[in-house]
Design a protein around this ligand. Sequence first.
Ligand SMILES: [Zn+2]
Length: 399
Amino acid sequence: MKYAIIIPDGAADEPLEELGGRTPIEAAATPNMDRVAREGRQGTARTVPEGFESGSDVATMCLLGYDPKVYHTGRAPLEAAAQQIPLSKTDWVFRCNLVTVVDGIMKDHSAGGITDGEAQKLINELARGVDAPGFEFYTGVSYRNLLVYRGEQDFDVTTKPPHEIPDEPIAKHVPRGKGSELLNRIMDRSAELYRHHDINAVRADTGHNPATQVWLWGQGHAPALPTFKERFGVAPGCMITGVDLLRGLAALLGWENLSVDGMTSFHDTNYAGQGQATADALDRYDIVFSHIEAPDEASHQADFKTKVEAIEAIDEHIVGPVLAKLRTFPEWRILVMPDHPTNIRTRKHGYAPTPFAMAGTRVRGVVAKPYSERNAAASDVKIDRGHELMEYFLRGGNL
Ligand SMILES: [Zn+2]
């Protein structure tokens, strides 16, 4: 049996006036996702359990079949796994975003999607310019950097994801609790160092959001996950994604991470390359997980046009070729679903159950309708504990 899982991150949304009362998925031309939904079945799964913040770390872990209540220790530790940063049990990892804050307001959680090279220079400058014993900085992809702490201080802090506080005053959301002074000192120091930085002067001149400071959040210790093979008996598996978080999860699951030239987390990504790589990987792996970040980033920018285009590109260049490839195998199944909704209206991740579509061997059709939030919600298949969806998928829609 060959399994393909395709995740258009944050694609689910609400009906939008700008789209004539349709959601971006409804507005987008998605013949291939519709084919999956018509031939197979749709339903919804709650991928963010009660009490959790809606984030890709929680939601993706859940849809991979791992209950976040049991396994989730924070977002940053998953990204540390992607970067193969060694962690002892007592080490802490924090996400260290480069962000744009203007007049005390969080304007952009991504500092205009800053380049890797610029991010590297700014992070290195902070590492040299701050007095913070026990802390080590690691640069990642674009604005997504990490800070590891290997010192004596224990933390019990509340932090806030910067993409969850767009246009809000940061003073309300800075780290609080035991150990937070250390974190706030690093954030404040970055603001001083970056204020008149050359990189920001150039970014401002070229109309890009400057990186005005770092923002610390997503902290945790290293998690302990059973591999996907141990948990579900399906192997070998691989992951194709442009973001470190998903690469980290894959590494912890015992999957290989495949790279694709030109794959990014934005709409400039190489969709066709990723589709080809996903289809090709099915020759070598029994389960292939392909994740595309672009719809989520477009939602955070409230850019509904790009969101619709991203969904269409995923349908045409990834779902289409993967479906065609799967049909060359005697037994196969496909699952298409976002990890969580990201709403254009709020520019934030949502909490509504996520619509999924699955098709393939022994998946009996139920409602032959195109893929959409509304059609999925109208189906009888409602998986309240989202981590049970993987089992459901692997068994062909029978629990
Ligand atoms: Zn996500």
